[in-house]
Ligand binder design. Structure first.
Ligand code: FAD
Length: 424
């Protein structure tokens, strides 16, 4: 365990723990670890590990609570866009299982066509290894990890936040809820109840060597089969293929069947399914609160998922960083609560997430036209690739429309709320 400063010690960069406990000998102390914490982070996914890492680097005494023990399985296709790789402050080379720039696209499970982009589009990782790696970096920076230790509830008091596990209660100056979809922190604080949801089904498939080789560097996508948005995918890994489908909650019951038909259409020989699981992707409606007093939500817990693609790791990492900087300001006594975090999420993250929800309505309205444009139009294909990679944002694309740039704001927002019934 890393050496920790004694309670009351001045933090790095002149920060001071701003706790004023009425009873300093009570649960402010974690008796097992013989230390006191300034901040607690619940959930060691990308959002939680990133927030904890940034805080520890600034000299904050951070407790990271994780329900599972590493390496833990997480239903996720494990695709990192280049913009995500750029945001992660560690070298990910050893974790990358494949780098993809080729696409095989089909419309409504029909005959597929191929497309290629001259630069990497997606870096593939296994989430158990990726998440463990980020958590290890946080621990190396000084974070105290308690895994196998689910938070069971949270309470806020004027001068501290309290987080409970089965055996302990911790009082901290600030609390980050990064415990994913339907997390206990959001529930305890009465936040997130208005979130919409995407639902996704994931299967890890082991094909024979010939098929594995055929999918090297190649992503498979099926468009237009699900109503209300969504798609099916194949993401190649070193020894297996992640195959899945996701869409609005109303298609939930049909996802597994859709996924099976998609896999059958791929013609994989002697493919063996290792793991199959469904999971929710929460979508934050505009203006929904993600902060209360000394507590805030980050990543999936805050509903920060791109409703057009289901991408969430980038937003988890970005919001984890924003969470850490707000907590640092609170600990330094510059602010009295974490309201500024929500403002920064609204200013820095939500405009792109909201714009993505508008643009994807074009795909819902005319999937066949979108598929045709992807197939035949180089400018359209390049624009999509640049958006996906993070080379430009939706707002940059709108600017290209010149005097017509107001048009995207007329498009309806697609936010995971079911409006149509199931499959086409
Ligand atoms: C099928 C599927 C495929 C996806 N594919 C991609 C993809 O290819 N690329 C991409 O960018 N995004 C993808 N996503 C989205 C992405 O997985 C999430 O957005 C991302 O994991 C969010 O990170 P997070 O840290 O907020 O939450 P999580 O990664 O969910 O981490 C939350 C952590 O909190 C822990 N936890 C939960 N409850 C408690 C508790 N009470 N106490 C302590 N710990 C707790 C969990 O064990 C977990 O470790 C996919 C999602 C799904 C469902």
């Amino acid at each position: 365990m890393p050496a920790l400063p004694l309670p009351g010690a001045t933090l790095a960069h002149g920060l001071r723990p701003c706790l004023e406990f009425d009873d300093k000998n009570s649960s402010a102390w974690c008796s097992n670890l013989n230390c006191v914490f300034d901040a607690a982070v619940v959930g060691a996914g990308p959002a939680g590990s990133m927030a904890a890492y940034q805080l520890a680097r600034a000299g904050v005494r951070v407790l990271l609570l994780e329900k599972e023990t590493a390496p833990r399985y997480k239903p996720c296709a494990g695709g990192l866009t280049p913009k995500t790789v750029q945001e992660v402050p560690f070298d990910l080379d050893d974790l990358v299982e494949d780098v993809c720039q080729d696409f095989q696209v089909s419309l409504r499970l029909g005959q597929p066509f191929r497309r290629r982009y001259p630069h990497p589009m997606v870096y593939m990782v296994m989430r158990d290894r990726f998440d463990q790696y980020l958590t290890e970096r946080a621990v190396q920076a000084g974070v105290v990890l308690r895994d196998g230790s689910p938070a069971t509830g949270v309470e806020l008091r004027p001068v501290y936040a309290e987080v409970r596990t089965k055996g302990d209660t911790f009082r901290v100056a600030a609390l980050v809820g990064a415990d994913g979809a339907n997390g206990v922190v959001a529930r305890s604080l009465g936040l997130g109840s208005d979130f919409h949801h995407w639902v996704a089904w994931e299967s890890e498939v082991v094909p024979d060597d010939v098929d594995l080789e055929r999918w090297r560097g190649l992503i498979g996508i099926d468009l237009g089969t699900l109503r209300g948005g969504g798609y099916a995918w194949v993401f190649p890994k070193r020894d297996l293929l992640s195959v899945g489908a996701g869409g609005c909650t109303q298609v939930g019951r049909d996802l597994r069947g859709y996924c099976d038909r998609f896999v059958a259409g791929l013609g994989l020989r002697s493919a063996r399914a290792l793991r199959q699981r469904g999971h929710l992707l929460p979508i934050r409606p505009r203006g929904s609160p993600i902060q209360l007093g000394r507590a805030l939500l980050a990543g999936d817990a805050a509903g920060l998922v791109d409703a057009s693609t289901g991408e969430g790791i980038y937003w988890a990492v970005r919001s984890g960083k924003l969470a850490a900087s707000a907590v640092l300001e609170l600990l330094a006594g510059e602010i009295q609560d974490l309201e500024s975090y929500e403002r920064r999420v609204d200013d820095e993250l939500m405009p792109e997430l909201l714009a993505a929800r508008r643009w994807v309505s074009l795909y819902l309205w005319a999937p066949a036209l979108c598929s045709l444009l992807i197939h035949r139009s180089d400018p359209f294909w390049q624009t999509i690739c640049m958006l996906f990679r993070g080379d430009q944002g939706y707002q940059d694309v709108a600017r290209l429309l010149g005097p017509l740039r107001f048009l995207p704001s007329l498009l309806p927002e697609v936010d995971g709320k079911a409006r149509h019934s199931a499959m086409r």
